[in-house]
Design a protein around this ligand. Sequence first.
Ligand code: NDP
Length: 269
Amino acid sequence: MPEPRNAAHPAPVTPNPAAAVAIVTGAADGIGWATAQRLAADGLRVALLDLRADAAQARAAELGSIHLGLGCDVTSEESVEAAVAAVLERFGRIDALVNNAGIGDQTGPTTEQSVQAFDRVLAVHLRGTFLMSRAVARHMLQAAPVPGRGRGAIVNLGSIASSTGLPARNAYSAGKAGVLGMTRAMASEWARAGIRVNAVAPGYVRTALVAELERKGAIDAAAIRRRTPLGRMAEPAEIAEVIAFLASDRASYVTGALIPVDGGWTAFG
Ligand code: NDP
């Protein structure tokens, strides 16, 4: 039986200049990097966007010269517009967008949360998802539909915080619930135009974001493992697998959905 493909063992792919194009934000690290690897292994050309241009370029080079690494702050309209224009200039098309860029809560208890920290978390998750989706959809809506496939797919990063309460994660929970609202609104708006919009809702994933929360004492890794029915945190590649599915034609009848990838966290209360 062939081994399943995953981000750690991408299948060799011959670069195809006519291949579909995906943008992944926050692609230098964690889930974004695993997703970029997974999409490249599926044969897509990938534009890796991240706050740190040098890190994005280094990751793109790791994947191969057909891919593109760009600096982009998803909270900045100017930066987003410039990055999307650069992707179109290089590839001439955008078939999929993964709104992955994200940050953890800056503080714990709501009573100690600063307005600046609250606004920053919402800006990355909400304004970032809005700005990127708007810029990419303007292009997708003009592109000719591909028979049986439509014009494109957008995948947003929700969280278990999109639909459940997490103590001391006020701004993050507001942001992720907002991402779910935006996913449904955009899916309804663009369904007839052939653009599918979905969200994944990961539980805890072993990335720098979670390591930082653990270092600050904001989460307890052992308690999370006990609380998770599958008994462990996810690896980034396990989230990337579902994102790649939603971004592909394999999910051609899925839109407006929030897919839990949480080891059973939300299903078993
Ligand atoms: P990481 O911190 O590992 O990676 C996030 C990446 O996004 C980093 O490269 C970061 O750059 C980049 N980034 C941050 N802000 C911006 C910005 N304004 N513009 C562009 N890029 C930016 O995070 P994860 O991989 O853990 O998380 C990815 C997504 O998944 C997030 O949306 C997160 O909320 C979500 N998620 C994560 C879970 C987890 O357990 N890890 C669980 C559920 C959801 P830099 O390093 O320079 O800041």
